[in-house]
Design a protein around this ligand. Structure first.
Ligand code: PLP
Length: 268
């Protein structure tokens, strides 16, 4: 009997030479979940577990070449977007998605990466407004962590009400839903609370915090897992639930690892 075709998932994101986050985490996740991953690389970061040494944005025409090549032969069942390094890239990806969506309905999951876990800035200053205006309306789901939520909403996110208000504000930019990840919150140290806001309903997903130093790549892995599960046919809300469970498993898998001198990668 013929096997069903493996879903194709694209990642439009940056490379992490340390293999913990970015494109590398995305491909590990897609493969793990039975999808074929394709990549359009936005930037090359030279980094290891202790920090980012340099970041080089890919020229916008090289980014578009990658997307066009994929479109000619490997149409996606879902797209994950991670790091966009500058405003030119935001505009180019937005324009490309408009063209793609005119011929194919494809879920877009955007992880609005701006700062590496080490604290190093990865994007050009001031692309937040452009992202909200141009890219958000094309996204089925945006997955900010609390720093990214604060960056985009320009509002404090220190308690549940503020997080909810900021998510509601960002939703007015036109994305279908937001999943705010609470891994950086210190409100309840023993648990992690993520908020899924779809414009009507807000659901908090509460999970136990896994005590691990090896958390690098959790945001990338979560958004990639959501894209993969969506490509596999899960409705968005279910995809969020199983993707969160997948990241929890990865945190437990990576718990005892000692990869590099700094915070190591989440397990896959
Ligand atoms: N993308 C790239 C290329 C990165 O280097 C990083 C962090 O260093 C990220 C995304 C975000 O990583 P995380 O999943 O830990 O938030």
């Amino acid at each position: 009997m013929q096997q069903p075709r493996r879903p194709i998932v694209w990642t439009i994101a940056g490379s992490d030479s340390g293999g913990g986050a970015g494109i590398q985490a995305d491909l590990l996740t897609f493969a793990d979940l039975g999808c074929h991953g394709c990549t359009a690389i936005t930037a090359n970061t030279a980094q290891n577990t202790t920090g980012v040494a340099s970041i080089n944005a890919v020229p916008v025409e090289v980014l578009i070449d990658q997307l066009n090549a994929l479109q000619r032969d490997l149409l996606p069942d879902a797209i994950k977007i991670g790091l966009l390094a500058n405003s030119e890239q935001v505009l180019a990806v937005t324009e490309f998605l408009h063209r793609l969506k005119a011929i194919r309905s494809v879920p877009v999951i955007y992880d609005p990466v701006a700062v590496a876990s080490s604290g190093d800035t990865l994007t050009e200053d001031g692309i937040g407004e452009l992202v909200l205006r141009e890219l958000f309306p094309l996204c089925d789901l945006v997955t900010p962590n609390l720093h990214e939520l604060e960056w985009l909403a320009r509002a404090p996110v220190g308690c549940a009400t503020q997080i909810q208000n900021a998510a509601q504000l960002l939703h007015t930019s036109g994305c279908r839903a937001l999943l705010v990840t609470g891994g950086h919150s210190e409100i309840n140290p023993g648990e992690i609370a993520d908020l899924l806001w779809d414009g009507v309903r807000g659901d908090w997903f509460i999970g136990d915090r896994v005590d691990s130093e090896n958390t690098h790549g959790t945001g990338c892995t979560l958004s990639s897992a959501i894209a993969a599960f969506t490509a596999l046919g899960y409705p968005l809300r279910d995809a969020c639930v199983v993707a969160k469970a997948y990241v929890q498993r990865g945190l437990r898998l990576g718990q005892g690892d000692s990869i590099g001198a700094g915070p190591g990668p989440v397990g896959h």
